[in-house]
Ligand binder design. Sequence first.
Ligand code: SAM
Ligand code: 2KA
Ligand code: SF4
Ligand code: MG
Length: 207
Amino acid sequence: MTTATLHSTTVLPVMESFYTIQGEGFHQGKAAYFIRLGGCDVGCVWCDVKESWDADKHPQRPVSALVAEAAMHPGRIAVITGGEPLMHDLRALTEALRAEGFRTHMETSGSSPLSGKWDWITLSPKKFKAPLPESCAAAHELKIVIYNKSDFAWAEQYAAKVEPSCKLYLQPEWSRANEMTPLIIEYVKANPKWQISLQIHKYLNVP
Ligand SMILES: C[S@@+](CC[C@H](N)C(=O)[O-])C[C@H]1O[C@@H](n2cnc3c(N)ncnc32)[C@H](O)[C@@H]1O
Ligand SMILES: Nc1nc2[nH]cc(C(=O)O)c2c(=O)[nH]1
Ligand code: SF4
Ligand SMILES: [Mg+2]
């Protein structure tokens, strides 16, 4: 049996999957198919998908079925998110997505070991469980959630750990967006290596 065949038998806990507009970061505004995997051991107090945390609450689904559903839509960006996707072995999923012509993107805290083949890794480090050095090295985009003023200095610590080519984004924590967005605007104006990332899907009322 080949490695690819072995991987094709894999199942993953899936909370939801949906075709939408990427609302955040460098690829904001592009059509993308999202697969939200269950399970997260990071525990951010302000997490906007706490329902994802317990993997056992979500059905185990075969990778082949997930990719077949994704391929029914015309977009060819697949975003793997969660929960914390790197709690799972993502080799089979990324191989199968690429075989269908998808570019593989991931949203991760980087706190569990990397697996899979990725065209784009969005690293969003968390104070609650720090990212591994390998995730910092692999990130194409660093996206720091700003919950209070002290998070700007914390963001700079991670900007120093990623590659020089890594894009840098500051994103207001949603419940504090009214207070934090003006601070982010001033910070980006003073520190133009950073850009602002808004969660535009929440303004557009799409998933
Ligand atoms: C729900 S997380 C799932 C992926 C992974 N666990 C992570 O945190 O990167 C997806 C993205 O949403 C961000 N996020 C989560 N809750 C948020 C909130 N309340 N406001 C703004 N961004 C949030 C995360 O930082 C991450 O960039
Ligand atoms: N439209 C849309 N864009 C997103 N970008 C990152 C998301 C995520 O939850 O990982 C997300 C999401 O949940 N919806
Ligand atoms: S790491 Fe991501 S999914 Fe996990 S609690 Fe934090 S924001 Fe939520
Ligand atoms: Mg989201």
